[in-house]
Design a protein around this ligand. Structure first.
Ligand SMILES: [Zn+2]
Length: 286
């Protein structure tokens, strides 16, 4: 079975992780622009970072036959400085034209501040003006519910935003309903210690069904492991989910969402109506 990792920060990982992912049949991975482990002191540092994730990482991944894609933006963790954020936004279009860039992301909120919201909105406008897909970071822990609601309300209220072209990441039990009910894609992130575990992610797939759902392992600077994605695959098998359903979650679904950008090469094995038919909720939402 082929696997796509929709969200991973390979800049924070060793080459051995590419090797492990290749052994676990990962054929493509996507790197949203985010924090680099430290706050950058100039717009130029972002320029260099965007160059790294659009040039060096695709080359490093290709050694393991993995296609590496990127998303470009000023991330919410460093978006509170409006002047710096706008300097960065000014050169984002240059990177959107790179052959492996799928869209604007991961934009969103961190502490739900007014400046973060302004930078989020400006980048949504950039995405819409340039017909780009959008990948959204929802805040962690206590700010998640509010932050997710703020961004959903904004996108619904603005009008002209096609929810099929937007994915809300780091969704959890308490935010999945509002994201799915509004028609957006939802991604769930597995972490080995904090937040979503493989078991919780599979529970959520059983409650909400598999359509418009993505799963990622978010390898980054903290305790995280690309292998947890494969632990979730094993957990679905252990619970007796049929192989085509598992393949749809971990391969076809990323193809359906990411494939809306013509630069994304992996092709789904089935049309989505067929892959999603009969694979709806297996439990009733509480
Ligand atoms: Zn991330």
């Amino acid at each position: 079975m082929k696997v796509i990792e929709p969200h991973i920060h390979m800049i924070a990982r060793t080459t051995q992780d590419y090797e492990r992912m290749a052994r676990m049949h990962t054929v493509a991975c996507c790197e949203p622009a985010f924090w680099a482990g430290y706050d950058r002191t100039s717009a130029q540092a972002f320029y260099d970072y965007f160059t790294h994730i659009t040039k060096f990482e695709p080359t490093r991944a290709a050694q393991y036959l993995i296609q590496h894609y990127a998303w470009i933006c000023i991330n919410p963790k460093e978006a509170d400085n409006l002047a710096l954020a706008r300097e960065v936004i000014a050169f984002i279009p240059e990177f959107l034209d790179k052959p492996t860039v799928l869209g604007i992301g991961e934009i969103g909120l961190n502490r739900n501040t007014r400046n973060e919201m302004a930078v989020f909105q400006e980048q949504v406008e950039l995405a819409l003006a340039r017909d780009q897909l959008i990948w959204i970071h929802t805040p962690h822990l206590k700010d998640k519910l509010n932050g997710t609601r703020m961004m959903l309300d904004y996108l619904k209220g603005r009008g002209g935003v096609d929810p099929e072209r937007v994915c809300f990441d780091h969704a959890e039990e308490h935010t999945l309903g509002m994201i799915r009910n509004a028609g957006f894609w939802a991604a769930m992130t597995i972490y080995p210690i904090t937040k979503n575990s493989p078991g919780r992610v599979v529970d959520a797939l059983e409650v909400w069904g598999i359509d418009h759902m993505l799963v990622d392992a978010s390898g980054d600077w903290g305790p995280s492991d690309p292998g947890t994605l494969h632990d979730a695959i094993f957990e679905m098998r252990r619970r007796g989910h049929p192989e085509p359903r598992i393949e749809t979650v971990f391969y076809n679904n990323p193809c359906y969402f990411l494939g809306q950008c013509p630069k994304f090469k992996p092709a789904p094995l089935l049309p989505r109506e067929k892959a999603w038919a009969g694979a709806a909720r297996t439990r009733n939402p509480a």
